[in-house]
Write a protein that binds this ligand. Structure first.
Ligand code: HEM
Length: 366
């Protein structure tokens, strides 16, 4: 099975063409000293390298009868299936507990409260997060399970989302569909130029460890599926500004036709101004773009038997403000809001990639 590189300028799981499955988990530290945190980051970095290469984190079947297996074993023989593990640091990591205040990136803070959200505190924030993506769901799950296990005396899992299907497209990938049945990820960031301009952090963060890194925004977005399913097709299409089957902009015929947001011959624009696409498009936001890398999720049924499902929205940007400015606008006027609720949220500073074996994430902090 395919193996993604672990060492390099950037962490995997950002520019990597989205794999089919996701396990996203955020953690709070129960550790109280910087040394404990250092140990977690060093252990995790080494284990992430092993698992990315398709290897266990230790013996699955130790030779001594009374020894406890180091690796839990469920990914044995599966290979990596394109596994990437992406580590992020929440704003709370840089508070006084570990003396890391001076390593906090400039202006890095929890996301502000925004219109149209009903966040559950139990699914918000976290000191650390891991985004595990793989083409085999068990490989992604094994990775998060083993990272949590090896750090269990220092971290506590906070919230987690299992994504069962990708809902975004990378370069040369076909566009998948979200649970509303629309193609998602048609106009996403794919070129190196766009990555340089909109995704990778340079000197702005004021932290050498963030040069080549990015910021991850995670939003667990619940869809009101039963309501959506009763909405007529014409309305569904005008909510997104695209056709359902082809995914074409309402101003065009083919999925990748360039949208025209202007009124033609004095009539109304073909793409309504309050559609999701018109509100989100870079043409209407001073050039702002974000990399979307979301996944469809389901948690089964809610307490009254409705489908509990939606989009685990994940975006990468060189400044959280890119997401904030878009969401501020969409939270107010997006017609999609009638059918969605943001219930979980987090923002994480994703450090640059590691150069080679022996280095570990956060080494600069200690
Ligand atoms: C575009 C779905 C939430 C930002 C789209 C498209 C769909 C879609 C179907 C059009 C195809 C494409 O270009 O990918 C959804 C659903 C959401 C959601 C179902 C929630 C459940 C968000 C959020 C943001 C966002 C929270 C950011 C704040 C964008 C952007 C585009 C887009 C930037 C590209 C617009 C363009 O340039 O044409 N989304 N989206 N979306 N969405 Fe969303």
């Amino acid at each position: 099975a395919l193996t993604e590189p672990f060492y390099g300028e950037h962490q995997g799981g950002i520019a990597t063409a989205p794999q089919d499955h996701l396990v996203f988990t955020s953690f709070d530290l129960t550790a109280t000293t910087a040394v404990e945190l250092q140990l977690v980051l060093a252990k995790w970095s080494a284990a992430m390298a092993q698992m990315t290469a398709g290897r266990p984190v230790g013996k699955v079947e130790p030779s001594r009868e009374h020894a406890i297996p180091v690796d839990t074993g469920e990914a044995t023989d599966l290979g990596a299936h394109g596994l990437t593990l992406t580590l992020g640091f929440g704003p709370s990591l840089f508070d006084e507990r570990f003396g890391l205040e001076k390593f906090k990136p400039v202006d890095f803070a929890q996301l502000p409260a925004m219109a149209g959200e009903s966040l559950d505190p139990a699914m918000t924030g976290g000191d650390l997060c891991i985004q595990a993506c793989s083409n085999d769901p068990q490989v992604a799950y094994h990775a998060v399970r083993n990272l949590a296990r090896m750090a269990r005396t220092s971290v506590r899992t906070k919230w987690t989302v299992l994504g069962f299907g990708r809902a975004s497209a990378g370069a040369n990938q076909t566009t998948p569909r979200n649970l509303m049945g629309f193609k998602d990820g048609t106009r996403n960031i794919t070129s190196d130029d766009d990555f340089a301009q909109h995704v990778w952090v340079g000197d702005e963060a004021g932290q050498p460890w963030m040069v080549g890194g990015s910021y991850l925004v995670a939003r667990k977005i619940h869809m009101l599926i039963e309501t959506w399913d009763e909405d007529p097709i014409g309305d569904q299409q005008s909510i997104f500004g695209r056709t359902k089957a082809e995914g074409a902009p309402l101003s065009g015929a083919k999925e990748h036709d360039v949208p025209n947001f202007h009124a033609v011959h004095g009539g109304a624009p073909a793409i309504p101004g309050d559609s999701h696409m018109a509100l989100a498009a870079h043409e209407n936001n001073g050039g702002t773009k974000i990399l979307r890398r979301g996944y469809n999720f389901t948690d089964g049924l809610d307490s009254v038997g409705r489908l509990d499902a939606g989009l685990m929205f994940l975006s990468f940007q060189k400044d959280p403000e890119q997401f904030i400015s878009l969401q501020r606008k969409m939270g107010k006027s997006d017609r999609l809001n009638e059918y969605i609720r943001h219930v979980g949220s987090g923002v994480f500073a994703v450090p640059a990639g590691l150069p080679a074996a022996g280095s570990y994430y956060g080494k600069e902090f200690f």
